[in-house]
Design a binder for this molecule. Structure first.
Ligand SMILES: [Fe+2]
Length: 260
């Protein structure tokens, strides 16, 4: 355990998700199978959609397990990658396509999901410091997986980066282990969750209002505290002052919301 204020801040990488051009989507699958040693059974999720009736289905996303590790008793540490392609017909808007075009690239990482031991506590901690989340905490029916998605990391006024964090808690109880053993592989990635996030992002990009990790006002405030300093000149007291500013901002914002 690194030196952390709270145990719920001890994060582990759970999975990562990548946007990719259709021209690379299936080739990437071959690379995962051949180079990363992914078997057919390691494809833990795939979601298809027929966007327009009669046009046939398109694959929106698939997820592969590239590593399995049974660490401490009862705890699974799998490493997973989810791939997302703009599957919409050309006539429809697609935030995935737009982001790939804006990045002038055929692939880029959309999010890293970090596993915490206590998502509710972490969420409260982050909100109290001004962090924005684009969804509420999503809970699956069996209470064995909860997750939440942060706003994007970008400088106020610049183009949104398309990159954000997901935070998850997987409660590894006997029922979940049994579920996985029974090859209910989809328990790791839920339709509702993938589609929920995809639709939320699509809504953001169509409206042009992309929620940032923290509000521009807070971003600027934090930046102003370290103005003109080189990275190595940032002191512990700068960190303390920044945290104080974040807490004050979040408090002020929540009071303003209540007052509305
Ligand atoms: Fe994810």
């Amino acid at each position: 355990m690194p030196s952390k204020k709270y145990p719920f801040l001890n994060f582990h990488v759970d999975h990562m998700a990548m946007h990719t051009e259709p021209g690379m989507y299936s080739a990437a699958y071959i690379f995962y199978r051949v180079i990363f040693g992914v078997s057919k059974e390691d494809v833990i999720y795939e979601k298809r959609l027929e966007w327009e009736k009669g046009q046939g289905e398109e694959s929106m996303t698939y997820a592969v397990c590239i590593g399995r590790n049974k660490a401490a008793e009862g705890s699974l540490q799998n490493t997973m990658i989810a791939m997302i392609q703009p599957s919409e017909p050309k006539s429809r808007p697609s935030h995935s396509r737009k982001l790939l075009t804006d990045h002038s690239s055929s692939a880029f990482w959309q999010h890293i999901a970090l596993r915490t031991s206590d998502l509710l506590e972490f969420h409260k901690y982050a909100v109290e410091r001004g962090v924005n989340f684009i969804t509420p905490i999503m809970k699956d029916d069996d209470d064995d997986l909860i997750q939440v998605f942060s706003g994007e990391w970008y400088i106020p006024g610049s183009k949104p980066s398309g990159t954000f964090f997901e935070f998850v808690q997987r409660e590894i109880n006997p029922a979940l282990l049994k579920k996985i053993e029974e090859h209910n592989r989809e328990s790791w990635f839920r339709d509702k969750t993938f589609l929920g996030l995809y639709e939320e992002k699509e809504k953001e990009y169509q409206s042009g209002e992309i929620k940032p990790f923290v509000d521009p006002e807070l971003f600027d405030k934090v930046n102003s505290l370290i103005k003109g300093k080189k990275f190595w000149e940032i002191t512990e007291s700068d960190i303390g002052n920044a945290e104080k500013a974040m807490i004050e901002y979040a408090k002020f914002r929540s009071q303003a919301k209540v007052a509305k």
